[in-house]
Design a protein around this ligand. Structure first.
Ligand code: C2E
Ligand code: CA
Ligand code: CA
Ligand code: CA
Length: 277
């Protein structure tokens, strides 16, 4: 057995070593990518059914690595969370949004959705991070929407709740992102003061032209209405999906049918074309 045990031991030691080297270097890679301006923000318009126009955007991070191309955001975001880099990365994103907003001419209360990771939501620095951002974009006076996941509510630290209370009192709004995909959080929904439910695209894409029933989606919409939450449907790609959702009172529609995420330089003319004269 000895050779096997030795091999295994060596393998494990090597694996752990390699992991550690990669971990250190990934953190470094993120830091240097921020310095080298490799991150960019794409903005996806959100359509408001009541007004019939674009009511806001969701800010989505993009990492264009020289020689590699775009890295999938869910992958580098998850890695940044694991490496405790998500807070600096989000702070960096806020700086990029501030810069972009200087070139926009959106009306007051135009929604700017920002994804906030659980660790950030329950950190003592969140309130000042958002206050700094609000001060730096005060000229445009946007309505800031923090998109948090069900995971954040379950890992409730008390600090998260306090942050939400303080920020909501200052006009910031909170959306539960990817609703229905996390752990059951119905009891948390009642405890946490939130403003929007974002229905995950998985439920939206269950709406087929064939008219098959979508019981889970229907229950989520009803639940949100009973809780007085506005609903945002994500991943809306077809007209039948749009018609289904708006006929059931879903107020906000986000998806490729209306617009894809785009860099600021594209969003500015897009917005001019899509707002009333
Ligand atoms: P998310 O917050 O659920 O963002 C919505 C995702 O759906 C985006 O993917 C968007 O491009 C995509 N999407 C929008 N409309 C459609 C559609 O009609 N059809 C389909 N199939 N997809 C659509 P993206 O940009 O790849 O981002 C993936 C995830 O990465 C995000 O999911 C979010 O969880 C995370 N993420 C992105 N940017 C940030 C960020 O700045 N901070 C944090 N914490 N997470 C981020
Ligand atoms: Ca989101
Ligand atoms: Ca989502
Ligand atoms: Ca998602």
């Amino acid at each position: 057995y000895l050779p096997v045990a030795l091999l295994l031991g060596a393998g494990l030691a090597y694996g752990a070593y390699r992991l550690q080297v990669n971990r250190l270097s990934f953190k470094e890679q993120l830091r240097s990518a921020m310095r080298a301006n490799e991150f960019q923000v794409y903005y996806q318009p959100v359509y408001g059914h009541l007004s019939g126009q674009c009511e806001g955007v969701e800010a989505l991070m993009r990492w264009n690595r020289p020689g590699v191309g775009f890295v999938r955001p869910d992958i580098f975001i998850a890695a940044a969370e694991a490496e405790e880099m998500i807070i600096p990365l989000t702070q960096h994103l806020l700086r990029l949004i501030e810069r972009d907003l200087q070139t926009w001419s959106t009306p007051p209360d135009f929604h700017i959705g920002v994804n906030i990771a659980p660790e950030h939501l329950s950190s003592a620095g969140l309130v000042s991070d958002i206050q700094t951002f609000m001060a730096n974009v005060a000229a445009r006076h946007p309505l800031i929407v923090l998109e948090i996941t069900e995971r954040s509510l379950i890992a409730d630290s008390g600090q998260a709740r306090q942050n939400i209370d303080v920020l909501r009192a200052q006009g910031v709004r909170v959306a539960i992102d990817d609703f229905g995909t996390g752990h059951c959080s119905l009891s948390y929904l009642q405890k946490f003061p939130v403003d929007y439910l974002k229905i995950d695209k998985g439920f939206v894409q269950a709406i087929q032209d064939s008219g098959d029933e979508t019981p889970v989606l229907d229950v989520i919409i009803t639940l949100a209405q009973r809780l007085n939450l506005a609903v945002v449907a994500e991943g809306v790609e077809t007209q039948p999906q749009f018609d289904y959702l708006t006929s059931r009172g879903v107020a906000f529609i986000q998806g490729y049918l209306f617009a894809r995420p785009m860099p600021s330089a594209e969003f500015v003319p897009w917005y001019v074309r899509h707002s009333p004269p």
